[in-house]
Structures are given as structure tokens and as C-alpha cells.
Write a protein that binds this ligand. Structure first.
Ligand code: UD1
Length: 422
């Protein structure tokens, strides 16, 4: 297994380019199951999760290939409706084939995703939403089995204990586009990745209004055709590089980053003492304003609130700030596996329920640490970039799920980072 070795303390300088958004690419690739025609998806990041999604499609009898950052899918009237159990269980996001398969094949069998390291991941909202469209759903031999001869439009409020759900909204929207009549989704997720999915579906001939707001309206159509689409830049990857500049006292231009997708993060970073400016064209310029970073209080929330997918990385920054920060997790209350690893590097963080109290320290010190999930791994890399001495991050297959060419991109802007075989 590979690990990442970082020699910390180098301020990052230069330009780093953001790849396409993983969380937009995955449901968009799943949405190609709604048509019989060829689709071309561009700006797809080359990541393990994308490879897994393509394998799931091939397992369904669909022709799906990736060359560089371009995915070509040719469904060719595929017949299967069962998504491979093993593949689905390796990636929670594969649940987003449920809606398209049900709408197109009238029957879908997708394995029940288990809990994962960041906490319980229920599927009740996916089920509730599809039932509102007339689907009959049962759990059988570890599979979610959904069936409906003809889905019909319906009204559904998609709110759970922690607010809206990104993939449940995606699933219901993808099923509704081929349902008979009108569907109203209330408390819909507003994430930019949802909007990108809706825009792709519209290119395929779907009738959708309200994407990006909590009320989405879908008027079902009989048939969707093929489409060509370019995936939006990854705001979480962009945010991670913003923090890499901030934590190393660097000076980075993050090319292609969309500033309008990063408002919650930027607002907090301005309070901390980081200057962030939009570049002409696309991209942002990040630089520290003050020598000492101010502490900051953060609560993760659905978009446009502070993203849970940036919580771990922000904690790495708070760990070296001058004061006490409180970071509260309101989406996945158990998502704190990075705390003990950051403490291993000399951070001073303790947990109080769903909040982390972060007492800033002057410096972190490099150590062997273990990644537990995708964003926790990114936080450990950030900590390693600023820590004194050598940090070794193992189990980096998590990073390969979500960051395209991470070490190459960081190396290009001056980081002393390499991937080695363990
Ligand atoms: C997506 C993102 C993930 C991000 C998360 C929250 C993808 C591929 N993944 O995951 O990176 O961390 O949004 O922004 O886009 N919930 C229920 N019932 C359900 C479904 C979800 O209660 O049926 C809860 C979850 O446990 C969580 C909250 O709703 O507390 C939000 O989760 P959700 O938005 O569904 O996450 P995902 O869509 O799986």
C-alpha cells in the first residue's frame, strides 16, 4: 500500500489547477442510465470512485469508457437492473444508480450501503422519495429492491434529522424526470453538484425548474436523449488548496476555482486573517494577511452553509491558530476521526459531543499518521505541510478516492511531498 511522505514547513507558491467535481461527476455518470443514447462527460476527475462507478455501469451491461478526463457512456438498451453488490458496498455514492435504474428499467436492485467511518448513513430519505413517486420498495437479501411499472409524479418533503440530503435529492430528481406528471421536491439539497446534475438532465431533455433552491419542480417526459456535458470544478478540492496556501503562509492562485461556490469557507477565512480575491477569468488568489491566524467558530450545514467535507481540513488550520476555535458538526456528528491523528502531531483538540474544541498551538510536529476517510486524509496532508519535520500519511487509498494527482499538484507549488510504497 502507498503512503505519502511530507517534509513540512515550505510556504506554497504558484498556481494549482482544480479538477472536475467528484460529487457532480458520480451522479451525472449514473444519470446516463436514463437514456439509450451515447453521452459524453468531460472534465471528469480520474479517481478511484469514478472508476468504481464506471465498473458498476459495465456490470449493468453498459459500455462505459474513460480516456484522460473524458467519459463516454453508451447504454445500448442495457437489460440488467442489479448493481454489483461488492462494488456498491465499496462506495456509498453508488446508491445514486437507484433512481435512474428504477425509472428506466422499472426495477432496481442496489445493495444497501452500510454505515461508514464518518458515521451512520441511512437511506430512509431515498426510500421515502421514491415511494412518493409510486415505487414499491423492500429490503431483500441485503439489497434495496425498488419496482414500479410506471412512476408517477408526487410531492415529497426530503428533510431528515440533519436537513436535506444530496444523493436522496439526486435519486428522486433522476427518477422523476421519467415519471408521468409533475413532481415537487421540497427541502431539496441546493449544492452546486445538484445544480450540475440538473443541468445535465435538462440537456438530455428533462424538464426541471428550481435547481439550486429548496424547491425543485420536475415535469416528467417520456424519453431522454444523449448529451454532452462538462463537469463543474471541484469546490472541495479547491477549498483544500485554499487551506494549503493559508496554513503554509503561502501565496497560491487556484485556477478554475469558482469563488461563488466557496462563500462560507471564504467568509470564515477572512475572519481568520486570510486574503482571498477573485482572479480575472476563473480562479482565486489566496494569501495570508496576518502573521498569526485568528481562531474561528464553525458549524457545518447543508449548502450554502459551511460544508462538512471541509470540516477536517479547517480543523487542521484552526489547530495552528492563535486561540481557541469551536468546530461543530451538524451533518455527520461522528465525523471526527482526524482529531486523534492531529493530536498525534501535537495539536490540542478535544471533543465535546458533536463539537471539537481546538486550542491553537504554535507548531505541529511531523509524525506517522493514519488516514481514516477521504477528507480526514486531506486534513492530515495539510497538517503535514506545516508541521516541523517528516509526516507519513498511510492508508492513502482514501485520498485517491477524491483528489486527482494530489502530490503532483502540491509538489508543483513547492511542497516536499512524495508517494512511496509501504
Ligand atoms: C453527499 C456527498 C458527501 C457529503 C454529503 C454531505 C456525494 C457523492 N457525497 O453525500 O461528500 O459529505 O453529501 O454534504 O455527493 N441522511 C438521512 N437519510 C437519508 C440520507 C441522508 O438521514 O436517507 C442524513 C445523513 O446521515 C446526513 C445528512 O442526511 O446526516 C446529509 O447526508 P447526505 O446529503 O445524504 O450525504 P450524501 O448525499 O450521502
Amino acid at each position: 500500500m502507498d503512503k505519502i511522505v511530507i517534509e513540512g514547513g515550505v510556504p506554497l507558491k504558484g498556481t494549482v489547477e482544480v479538477s472536475g467535481a467528484k460529487n457532480a461527476a458520480l451522479p451525472i455518470i449514473a444519470a446516463t442510465l436514463l437514456t439509450d443514447e451515447k453521452c459524453v462527460i468531460k472534465n471528469v476527475p480520474m479517481l478511484r470512485d469514478v472508476a468504481t462507478m464506471l465498473k458498476i455501469l459495465r456490470g449493468l451491461g453498459v459500455k462505459a469508457q474513460m480516456e484522460e478526463n473524458r467519459v463516454v457512456v453508451e447504454p445500448l438498451r442495457y437489460k440488467q437492473c442489479t448493481a454489483d453488490y461488492k462494488l456498491v458496498s465499496t462506495m456509498r455514492a453508488s446508491i445514486c444508480v437507484l433512481g435512474p435504474l428504477l425509472a428506466k428499467q422499472k426495477l432496481a436492485r442496489v445493495s444497501m450501503p452500510g454505515g461508514c467511518i464518518i458515521g451512520q448513513r441511512p437511506v430512509d430519505l431515498h426510500i421515502k422519495g421514491l415511494q412518493a413517486l409510486g415505487a414499491r420498495i423492500k429490503i431483500e437479501h441485503g439489497y434495496i429492491v425498488a419496482a414500479a411499472k410506471q412512476l408517477r409524479g408526487g410531492n415529497v418533503f426530503l428533510g431528515g434529522a440533519y436537513g436535506s440530503s444530496v444523493l436522496a435529492t439526486s435519486n428522486v430528481m433522476m427518477a422523476a424526470v421519467l415519471a408521468r406528471g409533475r413532481t415537487i421536491i421540497e427541502n431539496a439539497a441546493c449544492e452546486p453538484e445538484m445544480v450540475d446534475l440538473a443541468n445535465f438532465l435538462i440537456k438530455m431533455g428533462a424538464k426541471i425548474k428550481g435547481q439550486g433552491t429548496p424547491l425543485i419542480e420536475v415535469e416528467g417526459v417520456k424519453y431522454l436523449h444523449g448529451a454532452v456535458h462538462s463537469v463543474i470544478p471541484d469546490r472541495i478540492e479547491a477549498g483544500t488548496y485554499v487551506l494549503a496556501a493559508a496554513i503554509t503562509d503561502g501565496d497560491l492562485i487556484i485556477e478554475r476555482a469558482r469563488i461563488e461556490h466557496l462563500s462560507a469557507l471564504i467568509d470564515k477565512l477572512q475572519q481568520v486573517g486570510i486574503s482571498i480575491k477573485a482572479q480575472k477569468g476563473a480562479g482565486i488568489h489566496v494569501k495570508r494577511r496576518a502573521r498569526l491566524l485568528k481562531p474561528v467558530d464553525i458549524t457545518t450545514l447543508p449548502y450554502p452553509g459551511f460544508p462538512t467535507d471541509m470540516q477536517a481540513q479547517m480543523m487542521a488550520l484552526a489547530a495552528v491558530s492563535d486561540g481557541i476555535s469551536v468546530i461543530t458538526e451538524k451533518i455527520f456528528p461522528d465525523r471526527f476521526m482526524h482529531v486523534s491523528e492531529l493530536n498525534r502531531m501535537g495539536a490540542n483538540i478535544f471533543l465535546e459531543g458533536a463539537s471539537a474544541i481546538v486550542k491553537g498551538v504554535k507548531r505541529l510536529s511531523g509524525a506517522p499518521v493514519m488516514a481514516s476517510d477521504l477528507r480526514a486524509s486531506a486534513a492530515l496532508v495539510l497538517a503535514g505541510l506545516v508541521a516541523k519535520g517528516k509526516t507519513e500519511v498511510s492508508r492513502i487509498y482514501h485520498l485517491d478516492r477524491g483528489y486527482e494527482k494530489l502530490e503532483q499538484k502540491l509538489e508543483k507549488v513547492g511542497a516536499k511531498i512524495k508517494r512511496v510504497k509501504e
